[in-house]
Design a protein around this ligand. Structure first.
Ligand SMILES: C[S@@+](CC[C@H](N)C(=O)[O-])C[C@H]1O[C@@H](n2cnc3c(N)ncnc32)[C@H](O)[C@@H]1O
Length: 197
């Protein structure tokens, strides 16, 4: 079933084709997609927590997009800042916080090389498929906003099984990130993390 769910999730054209051929299948497909999303979300949150606890912490998701990670961590964290440069994504997240009654998630305009937060505020900073637009400046800016004892996690997903182009920089002695790799259905999942002393 896992392979089939991946197929219809990754290839909407297949999803649409199946519904066009047999419309009653639509509710079954939406049910298994929802179940699969919940399982993927659960795994993502467990992977974050295995690196650092987030309960009661001040967390930022930078390059938040539609806020996938921000909304996942909000039920556990004290405060979440979802920083995102694209206005339509910010509007989407703001509306979602209102609709879902999430009162500890703050949506902000900003980029990874210009994070609109004061020095040493964060316990945990997370990026998901968002670093690398201006890598060295981003890494410096991240060091500014994370407090001593805090953690940074970069989640990266790739369609091929090569290391990402930033790997050497991240694991270098200058930036000192640890890399965890996992392959899932022909895709590569990379988690880079470090704690600040
Ligand atoms: C591939 S999406 C990932 C979104 C989300 N983090 C996720 O995992 O679903 C990359 C996001 O980074 C944002 N972005 C673009 N330039 C950025 C920058 N300089 N700093 C931070 N985020 C940026 C984009 O607007 C987009 O929302």
């Amino acid at each position: 079933m896992g392979g089939f769910v991946t197929l219809i999730r990754e290839y909407p054209v297949v999803h649409r084709f199946l519904i066009s051929k047999y419309p009653p299948i639509a509710s079954f497909l939406s049910g298994i997609l929802k179940e699969n999303k919940n399982a993927v979300d659960q795994q993502e949150i467990e992977e974050i927590i295995s690196i650092t606890p987030i309960k009661g912490k001040v967390v930022a998701d930078v390059g938040a997009g539609s806020g996938r990670i921000a909304f996942l961590v909000a039920p556990f964290a004290q405060t979440v800042f979802a920083v995102e440069p694209i206005a339509s994504f910010r509007s989407f997240m703001k509306e979602k916080t209102r609709n879902k009654g999430v009162d500890n998630l703050y949506v902000m305009d900003g980029t990874l090389d210009s994070i609109p937060l004061p020095d040493c505020l964060l316990d945990v900073l997370i990026t998901s498929n968002a670093i690398g637009w201006n890598l060295l400046e981003e890494l410096k800016e991240i060091e500014r906003v994370v407090k001593p004892g805090g953690h940074v996690i970069h989640l990266l997903h790739s369609d091929n099984t090569q290391d990402n182009p930033f790997h050497d920089t991240l694991v270098s002695s200058l930036w000192n990130y640890t890399c965890l790799r996992a392959e899932e259905g022909g895709k590569l999942k990379l988690r880079y993390y470090k704690s600040f002393s």
